[in-house]
Design a protein around this ligand. Sequence first.
Ligand code: OAD
Length: 257
Amino acid sequence: MSQAEAIGQARQWLAAAQSIAVLTGAGVSAESGVPTFRDALTGHWANFRPEELASEAGFRAQPQRVWDWYASRRDELKAVQPNAGHHALAQFQQRHPGRLTLITQNVDGLHQKAGSPGVLALHGDIHATRWLDGFPGGCSRANQADEVCDVSAASPGRPPRCETCGNLLRPSVVWFGEMLPIAELEAAQQAADHCDVMLVVGTSGVVYPAAGLAHQAREAGARVLVLNPAASDLDEIAHLLLRATAATGLPALLDGL
Ligand code: OAD
């Protein structure tokens, strides 16, 4: 089947689907100028060791280095805009409220910036911060609920620190070895279980449990579409492989539906 035929077939399935789940990864933001993780040369993990920059142990070992890395990524994102792929998804969601569940591994906020409602951000939000230690809203040395420290009152520093208890702020992203946010993961699993089409865009499909959502959808009977200019670990479960970039492939799939 040619790529044009594959796009045509995919559009038919999408048009007929009552429920669509979309799982995106770093590739959906590549054409906005955001580096991916595993692309050779340009990916973050081609240049840095994930266990140093994306784990609690790495942060505790070198808090300033890790804080500064996330701060520089946040700064780079200030000038970044959603691309035609983010917009095609957001516009489809606006035309068909409730029909498409958008699940992302990205922490860059670009789907939200494009206007997508209800994005399930499985790996957190790079623009948000939280305490390193302690329960949500609390902190390491607070023993009672009324002893909570306010993250907005953290004193400046790299990383900022609570003046009362000494707790450090950390980026509110999911690091290796950490749990995904439970409400988002459950909602994503529901969508995977009930969708007619699972569209996977711009992910290498090597990080679980996110990649498991595509398997889950396939096992539950959904058609699986993989949109990626290169091979990925999820190709083997795809009913259709769409070899295009996100900014060209997503409008080709969704515009006019
Ligand atoms: P990866 O860097 O692993 O994969 C990026 C994918 O995007 C690759 O399959 C590329 O072929 C594809 N790609 C590149 N350019 C593209 C384009 N213009 N359009 C579409 N696809 C393109 O990124 P993820 O799969 O997102 O985890 O990585 C998963 C997780 O690993 C990330 O969320 C992050 C990382 O460690 C956390 O931060 C917890």
